[in-house]
Ligand binder design. Structure first.
Ligand SMILES: *[C@@H]1O[C@H](CO)[C@@H](O)[C@H](O)[C@H]1NC(C)=O
Ligand SMILES: *[C@@H]1O[C@H](CO)[C@@H](O)[C@H](O)[C@H]1NC(C)=O
Ligand SMILES: *[C@@H]1O[C@H](CO)[C@@H](O)[C@H](O)[C@H]1NC(C)=O
Ligand SMILES: *[C@@H]1O[C@H](CO)[C@@H](O)[C@H](O)[C@H]1NC(C)=O
Ligand SMILES: *[C@@H]1O[C@H](CO)[C@@H](O)[C@H](O)[C@H]1NC(C)=O
Ligand SMILES: *[C@@H]1O[C@H](CO)[C@@H](O)[C@H](O)[C@H]1NC(C)=O
Ligand SMILES: *[C@@H]1O[C@H](CO)[C@@H](O)[C@H](O)[C@H]1NC(C)=O
Length: 843
């Protein structure tokens, strides 16, 4: 198979022995943590230098060695360890040459994927200019801030009777595949990562960095490596040793959660506050985990993230799962960021990279992930929910959020609204504040006792929603209420609060009504039934309600749906000129809403889960490790497949229909706090919802090599042969008139169709038999599409080239969507999304 990054990675013999050096070496579920917005005051720069990285030398040496096998002449003599040491000292020499002594500190030498360094400058601007103007320097980028962007989901994805069966049963799914987790570290003592029944892993080069907080025994045959990278966050003075831990220990919970989604052991009971919510399993329960802690409770920095990527690829991970993203946005050509280029090099080295789309949805152009070489993952709602309804007496039920027991005996209890329960008449201002129920003092306990107290929710409460709920629960308990209802007020600044709020455990019967419409209906019912005399005295509490036990899940059929927070395409090719890229992003939809995963009791800041072993979280952070697990299943099943084959398999087999066989729905931008649901497009869900079982047998694959990605970069507006050379070391080999849409991916995106454009694609038959494929076209609105040939027969391992011609029939000037579907005579279905903006009929 002709494509880049064959999985059998080159392993020069002298490279196996990376010794274990220990001691003190040296984006959130829903990433809505606005507390951490420092300017990049650390004055750290990432500097990329001329000259090969270790990996570039390794692949060059491998090519030479392969050529030498026949001639049996000299074996390649490349010495990676020595070369890495040479690069490190060349970095030191470079800095000593350019900068005054003691005016800087080198944080990292990156040697494996990138020949680059990060350095903290103590004297400011002139130093950066001196570096930039040095002839050995290719590219300088200032440090940037990164943020942390299942019990049931394996069943939802059809794994037990599908992909796991094909792997020889769940007890083998993901065997011997290493998933690298770039995250907040891990809770090593969690039963999801116990190594019972696992043998040692061969050909693994990763190490385990031990410390007091991550003692001997923290790594095992399940967690096969664990390292941390903190020089960048320390240089920024944002490392807090109290909870960040200078070790791979997870002081947050996020990394433990994502690790368990990808590869947590199977059948682990999810017990939170004495209630069993089911049994958890990772998507690839037998895969191993290699932990690279690069981000901390409040965020992290590019310099540390790059160090983690460099190390993970060097260690030999098969998949990288990255649930974090830059917060600063990108300037110029996003795909030429150091981060994206490092990921390109990881792909070149044979690692499949899975990256969170970001949580800035539901607005267009909100993606945090750009390169067509990575799989960018959108988050969807699965079919499981915890409705927690407020049931009004003879007046319907309204959905709420939160886990709690129900009100006693399934009886109805009178409702009392906070504003009717104060001791004294209060000013309007006080009444508003008191109605949040943060303090029991203003309340008349006699009035509240035995009733269900209704309080208001304030979106921008300083302590955050969790603290607000805890205080309201304490108030309700103090006043001997039988239950608590928290209502959402309509607001024009709020987004779909309901959809981004994850249920947290409440220790009283309680429900958070996240929908403003529902909240106002509950309040209307209360006002209608509650009888007051003219001075406002209540002489009849006639409004009754009850709450149900909300710890039991419900299952609905219309799933999945794209979550509101999930970032949306398209993406910019160049942010300065606002040119849209001919690239489909995001790539794939995976479950990312209300996902149970392992937790770190040391992670003390997450809503209501402190001290717990499991937590329920949402985010593209949670969707990403689902795909990393699917990649592990593919790598196990098809060890010889290269990165682009695996990527193509996952994408072309995705489904655009929900479980009712209707087009996938997406939560859309809404002008108020109520949820809006509408038909989704590829810019919401990419190729569609992941179908792991179909991905194992995709029929055809769209393959790309490293040089194809270089050529793609060369076509981007604002990039030319020199900028691409400087950013990647690669050489443009494009034909005149080459376009970004030429990249051989399984979709076609044309952001500016003028007249007619013809796009070529090459497919390879990765099935074991000859097959005849027939195309069916769904034309995007205003565009006429023709496929040639429309039918072809392809031998196993053979390739076929076909052309897709787009003709603008009317000037639409916004994206419309269609598809080409290839159906094989042996039942393979290969789906290619088309996204076109026809901007002029004549060209
Ligand atoms: C190849 O090299 C090996 C080891 O140096 C040697 O034993 C063998 O005879 C060589 N084969 C040929 C065909 O030159
Ligand atoms: C570190 O965190 C602890 C606990 O939250 C806090 O008390 C302390 O002030 C923090 N230290 C710094 C330097 O911010
Ligand atoms: C209610 O009013 C009385 C008399 O003005 C005052 O003494 C008391 O502190 C008030 N109680 C609260 C909770 O504000
Ligand atoms: C409610 O809080 C007050 C102080 O604010 C306290 O004196 C009282 O004992 C509490 N009552 C209950 C039932 O917890
Ligand atoms: C929110 O907006 C939708 C239309 O976008 C409207 O139907 C609904 O009534 C609004 N809800 C509230 C609570 O204002
Ligand atoms: C708001 O409530 C009304 C009455 O139940 C309902 O007809 C309407 O669809 C609701 N609007 C939304 C946006 O849920
Ligand atoms: C309302 O009821 C209260 C309590 O019985 C009483 O003090 C007040 O005078 C009544 N007001 C009117 C207008 O009847």
């Amino acid at each position: 198979m002709k494509c880049t990054g064959m999985i059998k990675m080159v392993q020069p013999a002298d490279y196996l022995m990376v010794v274990l050096i220990v001691a003190t070496v040296f984006f959130q579920s829903v990433a809505s943590d606005p507390t951490f917005e420092p300017t990049s005051s650390s004055n750290v720069y990432i500097v990329r230098l001329r000259g090969d990285s270790v990996q570039q030398r390794v692949s060059a040496a491998a090519t030479t060695a392969a050529a030498d096998l026949s001639s049996n002449s000299s074996r390649f003599e490349f010495q990676p360890v020595e070369y890495a040491e040479y690069l490190k000292s060349s970095h030191d020499n470079f800095l000593a040459q350019v900068l005054a002594p003691n005016s800087y500190e080198k944080l990292y030498s990156y040697t494996y994927l990138l020949n680059a360094l990060s350095v903290q400058l103590r004297e400011g601007g002139d130093q950066a200019n001196a570096i930039k103007s040095h002839p050995d320097v290719l590219f300088v980028e200032q440090e940037s801030l990164f943020r942390k962007a299942t019990t049931h989901t394996p069943e939802f994805l059809g794994l037990p009777y599908g992909a796991w069966q094909l792997a020889g049963g769940a007890e083998h799914a993901g065997e011997d595949i290493v998933i690298g987790m770039l995250d907040t570290g891990i809770n090593p003592s969690h039963v999801s990562f116990s190594s019972d029944g696992y043998g040692p892993l061969k050909n693994w080069r990763g190490k385990c960095v031990l410390s007091v907080s991550f003692p001997d025994g923290s790594c095992n045959n399940k967690i096969v490596g664990a390292q941390y990278f903190a020089k960048g966050i320390m240089a920024a003075n944002l490392f807090n040793a109290t909870y960040d831990f200078a070790s791979p220990l997870d002081g947050d919970g996020h990394g433990t959660h994502t690790s368990s989604i990808a590869a947590g052991n199977r059948g682990v009971p999810v017990i939170v506050r004495d209630h069993n919510y089911g049994y958890a399993s990772g998507v690839a329960p037998r895969a191993r985990l290699a932990i690279y802690k690069v981000i901390y409770r409040d965020g992290g920095f590019l310099s540390d993230v790059l160090a983690g990527i460099d190390q993970a690829v060097q260690d030999g991970v098969h998949v990288l799962s990255i649930s974090l993203g830059s917060t600063s946005g990108t300037y110029g050509v996003p795909a030429l960021n150091t981060f994206d280029v490092a990921l390109l090099f990881a792909v070149k080295a044979g690692v499949v990279v899975v990256h969170a789309a970001g949580n800035n949805g539901p607005y267009p152009l909100s993606m945090n992930s750009f390169g067509p070489w990575v799989i960018s993952v959108a988050a969807g709602i699965s079919d499981r929910s915890y409705p927690n309804p407020v049931i009004l007496k003879n007046a319907g039920a309204f959905p709420g959020a939160g886990f709690s027991a129900g009100t006693p005996d399934e009886k109805f209890y009178p409702l009392i609204y906070a504003e009717d329960a104060f001791v004294n008449s209060t000013s309007a201002y006080d009444a508003e504040y008191f109605s949040y129920c943060q303090d029991s003092a203003p309340f008349n306990a006699r009035l509240v006792k035995g009733k269900i107290l209704m309080c208001n929710f304030v979106e921008y409460y300083s302590g955050g929603a969790a603290a607000q709920f805890q205080a309201a629960l304490a108030t309700a308990k103090n006043l001997s209420a039988v239950g608590l209802i928290i209502l959402t007020e309509p607001t024009d600044i709020g987004r779909e609060k309901g959809s981004t709020f994850d249920p947290i455990p409440f220790y009283l019967p309680a429900s958070f009504v996240t929908d403003a419409n529902a909240s106002s209906e509950i309040l209307d019912y209360y006002k209608l039934k509650t009888k007051k005399n003219k001075t406002g005295y209540i002489y009849e509490f006639g409004a009754y309600a009850r709450l149900t036990d909300s710890r039991e899940a419900s299952f609905k059929v219309e799933a999945p749906q794209v979550s509101s927070f999930s970032a949306r395409g398209p993406v910019y090719a160049n942010t300065v000129t606002s040119v849209i890229a001919d690239v489909l992003k995001p790539d794939i939809l995976a479950p990312g809403n209300q996902i149970w995963g392992a937790w770190s009791p040391a992670g003390i800041d997450m809503n209501g889960y402190s001290g717990q072993e499991f937590a329920l979280l949402s985010g593209t952070s949670m969707a990403t490790p689902h795909i990393a697990g699917v990649v592990a299943l593919l790598r196990q099943r098809h060890p010889e497949w290269c990165v682009s084959a695996i990527q193509s398999a996952i994408l072309t087999s995705a489904t655009q229909e929900d479980t009712r066989r209707r087009r996938l729905l997406a939560q859309q931008p809404s002008t108020n706090a109520s949820l809006l649901l509408g038909p989704g497009t590829p810019f919401d869900f990419g190729y569609g919802a992941v179908n792991p079982t179909a991905a194992l047998d995709p029929g055809l694959a769209f393959l790309t090599e490293y040089q194809d990605h270089i050529n793609f970069l060369c076509t981007l507006p604002g990039a030319d042969a020199n900028t691409v050379q400087d950013a990647t070391g690669g050489t443009c080999r494009t034909h005149p008139g080459a376009r970004s849409s030429d990249l051989n991916v399984p979709s076609i995106t044309i952001a500016n169709l003028i007249g007619t454009r013809t796009v070529r694609r090459v497919v390879t038959n990765v099935a074991d038999w000859e097959e005849t494929y027939t195309s069916a076209v769904h034309h995007p609105g205003g565009v006429v599409v023709a496929v040639s040939p429309a039918v072809f027969t392809i031998k196993p391992g053979g390739t076929v080239t076909f052309r897709v011609t787009f003709r603008a029939a009317s000037t639409v000037q916004s994206f419309t969507f269609g598809s080409v579907i290839w159906t094989g005579s042996n039942s393979h279905v290969v789906h290619m999304p088309l996204s076109v903006s026809a901007n002029s009929v004549t060209g």
